[in-house]
Ligand binder design. Sequence first.
Ligand code: ADP
Length: 265
Amino acid sequence: SETHLAVTVTPMIDEGGAMVAFDDQTAFKRAGAMRRDFVANVSHELRTPLTALIGFIETLRGAARDDRAARERFLTIMERESGRMIRLVNDLLSLSRVEAEERRRPATEVDVLGLLRGAMNTHRDAAEAAGVALRLDAGPDPMRLKADPDQITQVFHNLIENGLKYGGAGGELVLRVTRLEREPVLRGPAVQIEVIDKGEGIDPLHLPRLTERFYRVDTHRSREKGGTGLGLAIVKHIVNRHRGRFRIESELGKGSNFIVILPDS
Ligand code: ADP
């Protein structure tokens, strides 16, 4: 059977259009259109939960006023919708922070395995609730490289979260760390981190667009699971900033492998 490949990243192009030098009008216009799309998407994503909130407030004032069970139900929905908005705003802030730092090289020496173990611990309970075993597959050697620890942690969080959301209830989520003596594209030593699930997989048709902001295979499902549609866009931008590579391999019905490669130099 065939494994499908989507290669993204490496060229430092900002879809928002903010920091790119344009050599022609077409590119300039395209960036403008992208920015307008982005603002339209954000507005839509915020308006949906806000509209729901306003609706429920009205109902709570009126019909549901004396119905305790209905009140509880509506408050639960309101809590969920508010949670969605705060996650969206947090993700937007993360994106803009990464973009603002895109030109500054990360200079802190970080312990990749330590950060990964920390991220796994954060998700321990959620994994248990989802019936997924988190497994670290790494050698005994420490993996150190220059990176931004908060951003690398965020990459791990986003990929683990997706693995739990879409990786299939039951089963296993494997986090594999490998040292590459010479990564062919980066032409030097690198650390490779893979997040591997045996879940639903992704139709190859979607792979090239998965790291676009707000792109989802199934909008309804993503929303239902509390997704913002920004997780992989953030991952891509962070990996870009680290001059690394991000690749997704997936097979429908079998599972996915999200591969982050960070240069060690
Ligand atoms: P979301 O907030 O919707 O999860 P992401 O940017 O993190 O946004 O992911 C974009 C889309 O990619 C998701 O909506 C989902 O359709 C798909 N996806 C992400 N991770 C996985 C995975 N491990 N398995 C299958 N599909 C995935």
